[in-house]
Design a protein around this ligand. Structure first.
Ligand SMILES: Nc1ncnc2c1ncn2[C@@H]1O[C@H](COP(=O)(O)OP(=O)(O)OP(=O)(O)O)[C@@H](O)[C@H]1O
Ligand SMILES: [Mg+2]
Length: 389
């Protein structure tokens, strides 16, 4: 069942439309006689709005623009007395899903249109539901730890999550930098928009620019199609530049420009595209030292340093090691429908003394392997395959 607004001042048409809409399935229909009334009620979140093109006081297309600005996902049908090709074209151009003429076929056309759009509504609701699930899974409830270092990081995340501030996340490999980036995005007002993750260490140098900024067809020999860059993909959302320390100086200069101007140009195009994104960057390098060594631009470094979240290595988090291990163990046993496995006292002591060079990622792998090896549902030292210090 969809929620449908009808904006129409001719009550005969309204009654006809109501019958057509509810012919095959009952929908929630709310009628407004003016554009102003409808707009004042958008907080009721209609799925579909049927708009009379010739409304008193406001042109139907201008009204549609207001609706789409409120929520671009609301589906709009323009219903018009005239068959004016120019109006039809501009209706679709400005985002209408359908254009229906008030003629003898009005009843059948409305019925059809609603049936088609209803599939759209169902899909959209499903997508929204999936988004809710992803958002829930990535809020910071999944960042485990009671150590001062982690609590401090959580407080910093809470301070900055709702803002648009650029954030730099640092820490050794496997300390949870990506987890923090996700928490920042999914706790932000941008949570329903894209989080685009780019691993700068994984892109061949010659492809970095086209990956980040996109290119037009034919911009260079291999550019067979137009490509949207990652910054553009992240519009209205968040871009996470992982391993930013791996970027070369010339790419750093280009990224800095994008950060300052908030616009990109695809390679091979001279059109600038205005963008609204939030940047989160991460690195396991010491950027201050990289700056000293001339490998990282100082100006970019200062911009990124604006808000720094440093994740301590696991070996400095004390009992968090065991807290994390037990959590990973419980999850693993549940996922694999195994009986709950425990950790022996000796194994606990052993784990607390170990260096964990691969940090949380290593801990997770070690625990999952040990769970499989464990006899009598108890992990012993022999089940822990740790790298010699
Ligand atoms: N505090 C934590 N609580 C729960 N799980 C964590 C925590 N920190 C890290 N993890 C888990 O450890 C693994 C590694 O984390 P993540 O990928 O975020 O690390 P990273 O710092 O980005 O590593 P790299 O530098 O190697 O990319 C992931 O499976 C993540 O879910
Ligand atoms: Mg990572």
């Amino acid at each position: 069942m969809a929620k449908i607004f009808i904006v129409e001042d001719d009550l005969v048409i309204v009654s006809l439309m109501k019958q057509a809409i509810n012919k095959s399935q009952d929908h929630e229909i709310i009628h407004f006689s003016s554009a102003e009334e409808c707009i004042a009620n958008l907080h009721q979140r209609p799925d579909i709005v049927s708009i009379d093109y010739n409304l008193p006081g406001m042109n139907g297309l201008d009204m549609m623009e207001k609706i789409k600005a409120y929520d671009s996902g609301i589906l709009c049908i323009i219903v018009s007395g005239q068959e004016d090709l120019e109006v039809v074209v501009s209706s679709y151009k400005r985002g209408a899903q359908d254009y229906i003429i008030k003629n003898d076929n009005l009843f059948a056309n409305i019925e059809n249109s609603i049936r088609n759009l209803n599939m759209n509504v169902a899909l959209r609701r499903e997508v929204e539901l999936l988004k809710d699930q992803i958002i829930d899974r990535n809020k910071y409830s999944n960042i485990i730890g009671n150590s001062n270092g982690i609590l401090r990081s959580l407080r910093l995340i809470q301070k900055v999550e709702k803002s648009n501030m650029m954030v730099l996340v640092t820490g050794e490999s496997g300390t949870g930098k990506e987890l923090v980036a996700k928490a920042l995005h999914y706790n932000s007002p941008r949570s329903r928009k894209p989080l685009v993750i780019v691993n700068m260490g994984a892109i061949p140098e010659e492809l970095v620019e086209s990956e980040l900024f996109g290119h037009e067809k034919g911009a260079f020999t291999d550019a067979r199609d137009r490509r949207i860059g990652k910054f553009e993909e992240a519009n209205e959302g968040t871009i996470f530049l992982d391993e930013i320390g791996e970027m070369n100086l010339s790419h750093q200069a280009k990224v800095l420009r994008v950060l300052q101007e908030r616009e990109v140009q695809r390679i091979g195009s001279n059109k600038t595209i205005k963008l609204d994104f939030r940047l989160i960057a991460a690195t396991n390098r010491n950027l201050a030292e990289e700056v000293k060594a001339g490998r990282f631009r100082q100006d970019l470094f200062y911009r990124l340093q604006g808000f720094l979240i440093h994740l301590p290595p696991l070996r400095e988090r004390g009992d968090d090691i065991i807290l994390l291990a037990k959590n990973f163990l419980t999850d693993y046993c549940k996922q694999n429908k195994m009986e709950q496995v425990n950790i022996s006292k000796e194994a606990v002591k052993y784990m607390l003394e170990y260096e964990w060079p691969g940090n949380v990622r290593e801990l997770k792998a070690v625990i999952e392997r040990a769970a499989l090896l464990a006899e009598n549902n108890t992990i012993t030292i022999a089940d822990l395959t740790l790298m010699p210090a």
